[in-house]
Design a protein around this ligand. Structure first.
Ligand SMILES: NC(=O)c1ccc[n+]([C@@H]2O[C@H](COP(=O)([O-])OP(=O)(O)OC[C@H]3O[C@@H](n4cnc5c(N)ncnc54)[C@H](O)[C@@H]3O)[C@@H](O)[C@H]2O)c1
Length: 353
């Protein structure tokens, strides 16, 4: 047994002496450089809709081939107290096989007390990590900008692969931040006539988008009016209630690209529309928990077997997109694959600055 005086001496030794010279060399050489910090202005000035679409399309291809590691999203609830909240922190991430980085992102939303401090209720960072060494390379202060870009990119990819070139009347139900990103990204697929409807903000959205994109936008009198006229319907409301009905849909065939539901409490598309559709998910293991599919499964009108495809399978050409005048629903909940893709492109571009 070691005497207590020996134990005291050993405890007083520096760690290197205890683990030996070999280990001390390894420690000294493991000093990674600190991650680079990119502020909001740098991020927003340098990343474009085009960057997002190109990288996210590749990520969907890889996702469908099982080449992306995408864990289920994590949520930390911050309850309100003298020192905290209320607020929610959503954590997503992923790794696209054979790419040089992986990404973890924190999206902090619904910090409603921030408005009393003259701060926005949401913020966010992406952490891009070297996939070779595991060392964090960059921290991107994006405050949802990169999330919005990658969300719009998924909307554009859904339009590119799940509509016909002749479908050029595009409705937007819900006209907030995501709607603008959908409208901008959709404009890269083809020119269209936009129709807007929302509880709030449709007029401002239509004016801003028509000026920015140089395409006509009108405000619909109702969601029904919008549905009757539209070939493609983007829904991006806050998901508190369903926003359209089956009878309202254009019988010539419609593609609904729904992105408002990303939580198990949300639902925009009625279960009977989902059941009647060629249903395409971004990631079925996720949409069955937090997307539109969840409510159709709960209503008992669909099973997992009724999922036609994941979007990446259509992008890869494994399954056709639009074939006739069917209803197509593309359920976009936002995947870690998209975050990994935009994280990679952000590092590639901004690390050169
Ligand atoms: N799928 C994804 O990848 C993804 C990514 C980010 C955000 N989201 C989700 O998208 C949704 C929209 O986000 P946002 O930041 O644009 O919100 P926002 O608050 O900026 O805009 C919401 C819009 O929807 C309208 N609206 C709400 N309920 C409506 C209803 N019943 N009928 C018609 N219009 C209605 C509002 O008036 C507003 O115009 C949220 O649920 C958000 O969580 C999804």
């Amino acid at each position: 047994m070691m005497s207590s005086s020996i134990i005291r001496k050993v405890r007083a030794l520096p760690l290197q002496k205890i683990v030996g010279l070999q280990a001390s060399r390894a420690f000294a050489s493991s000093g990674f450089p600190p991650p680079r910090l990119f502020d909001y202005e740098t991020v927003t000035r340098n990343l474009t809709v085009g960057d997002a679409i190109e990288s996210v399309e590749e990520a969907f291809k890889a996702l469908a081939k099982g080449k992306v590691d995408v864990p289920m999203p994590m949520h930390i609830g911050i309850d309100e107290s003298d020192v905290a909240g209320p607020g929610d922190c959503h954590i997503k991430g992923g790794y696209v096989s054979s790419t040089p980085t992986f990404t973890v992102k924190l999206a902090c939303v619904s910090f409603y007390n921030n408005t009393k401090k003259n701060l926005p209720p949401g913020s966010g960072i992406f952490i891009v990590v070297c996939a070779s060494t595991g060392a964090p390379l960059g921290v991107f202060q994006e405050n949802r900008f990169m999330t919005d870009l990658r969300t719009g990119a998924a909307g554009a990819i859904a339009m590119k692969y799940c509509t016909n070139p002749g479908q050029d009347v595009v409705g937007f139900i819900g006209c907030g931040a995501i709607a603008k990103n959908m409208a901008r990204a959709a404009a890269t697929v083809r020119p269209y006539k936009g129709i807007a409807f929302a509880l709030e903000g449709a007029e401002a959205f239509a004016k801003e988008m028509s000026e920015e994109l140089g395409m006509p936008f009108e405000v619909a009198a109702s969601a029904q009016d919008l549905c009757r006229k539209s070939d493609i319907i983007y829904t991006q409301t806050t998901g508190g209630s369903t926003v359209l009905e089956k009878d309202w849909l254009n019988p010539r065939g419609v593609t609904i690209i729904a992105s408002g539901s990303d939580q198990p409490t949300k639902n925009e598309i009625p279960p009977n529309v989902l059941a009647a559709s060629k249903y395409i998910s971004d990631l079925t293991k996720q949409t069955r928990k937090v997307g539109e599919l969840r409510s159709a499964l709960e209503a008992g009108v669909m099973t997992d077997e009724d999922v036609y495809a994941e979007l990446g399978e259509v992008v890869n050409g494994d399954k056709p997109g639009r074939e006739g005048n069917e209803i197509i629903v593309v359920d976009l909940t936002g995947t870690g694959a998209q975050d990994a893709a935009i994280g990679q492109v952000a590092w590639d571009k901004l690390s050169q600055l």
